[in-house]
Design a protein around this ligand. Structure first.
Ligand code: HEM
Ligand code: HEM
Length: 256
């Protein structure tokens, strides 16, 4: 296995000593991990509630939370100095192709941070989340031109397809590098060279993100108008989304 340094991005073949020196080092700080697992929960929440009239507030709350998380991740990708920094892991398509080809070889390139193919998927995921939420908001507030009527749903389906690609990539990477990548995203530890590990884990920022998200959810919950089934009149939520159409049913029912 060839190791590439996440910050330098170089993929120089390691010496035999370097290969044996690979040991668990802390690579993902708290903000990245809290961001990731909240994004997973919100994506699942938005997807599972997408067809329900009754759970529409949950749907848009998950969507807006995702947008906030993406905004945070973009800022963090510019400000951080470690492996979460975009400049330290986003590479050219050619580098992604080289990495993918190396997966077929006996000695796949190993990156302590994100590999270049995963990095492209990550950038696309962040962009597509923003687009999906933007189109959701435009649908909700009726700002969408007629030709983009299906835009939100199409973007959400494309996002789901990309998530599947992301999961396949994580599974292949885990198998080829014999390294449990989802666990690494939980614990923060991946195999790397001594000295590549983070000096600071910034737990306070992880706590701050979690508190901001919980606070937003509580605010959405509190400001939601009480809806008596059958009497709802489409009052507005804090973010301008009509709520309580009076129906208990799902969106599917509307089409019947
Ligand atoms: C249970 C499902 C999921 C698992 C197990 C999973 C696992 C992972 C793993 C292991 C990584 C790090 C990859 C590496 O080592 O380079 C990662 C990164 C990432 N994943 Fe997922 N993922 C899941 C679902 C999702 C979903 C639903 C989204 C977005 C809608 C998502 C967005 C991202 C992003 C943006 C990153 C980059 C993290 C960062 O640098 O901040 N993931 N994921
Ligand atoms: C990334 C986050 C989101 C995902 C994955 C998502 C997913 C979806 C999906 C798959 C549907 C189609 C349901 C059907 O089959 O009818 C849908 C519908 C809808 N969503 Fe979202 N959504 C997200 C965020 C939002 C946000 C933030 C808003 C509003 C501010 C929103 C508003 C709506 C509305 C009004 C509909 C019904 C109209 C339509 O189908 O275009 N969504 N969403």
């Amino acid at each position: 296995m060839t190791t590439a340094n996440p910050s330098a991005g170089a993929s120089a073949a390691p010496t035999a000593e370097q290969e044996t020196a690979l040991s668990p080092v802390r690579i993902w700080d708290w903000p990245v991990r809290v961001f990731h697992w909240l994004a997973v929960a919100c994506f699942a929440g938005a997807w599972l509630t997408s067809e329900s009239e009754r759970l529409h507030l949950v749907h848009i709350t998950c969507g807006y939370t995702l947008a906030g998380l993406v905004a945070f991740r973009v800022v963090w990708g510019l400000l951080d100095t470690g492996p979460a920094r975009f400049a330290n892991f986003v590479r050219s398509p050619a580098a992604a192709w080289r990495y993918l080809c190396s997966l077929l070889s006996e000695r796949p390139l190993h990156y302590t941070g994100h590999n270049p193919a995963g990095a492209l998927a990550i950038v696309a995921l962040l962009g597509l989340i923003a687009l999906t939420v933007g189109l959701g908001w435009a649908t909700e507030t009726e700002r969408l031109p007629a030709w983009l009527d299906e835009g939100h749903e199409l973007a959400a389906n494309a996002l789901m397809a990309l998530v599947v690609v992301h999961l396949l990539g994580v599974a292949v990477g885990s198998l080829r590098h014999r390294e449990n990548l989802p666990r690494a995203m939980l614990t923060g530890f991946k195999r790397g060279l001594p000295g590549e590990g983070l000096k600071r884990t910034r737990a306070w920022l992880g706590v701050l993100i979690l508190a901001a998200v919980l606070g937003f959810w509580a605010w959405q919950w509190q400001s939601a108008p009480q809806v008596t089934p059958g009497l709802g009149d489409g009052a507005a939520t804090p973010l301008g989304a009509p709520l309580g159409q009076g129906g208990e049913g799902d969106r599917d029912d509307d089409d019947d």
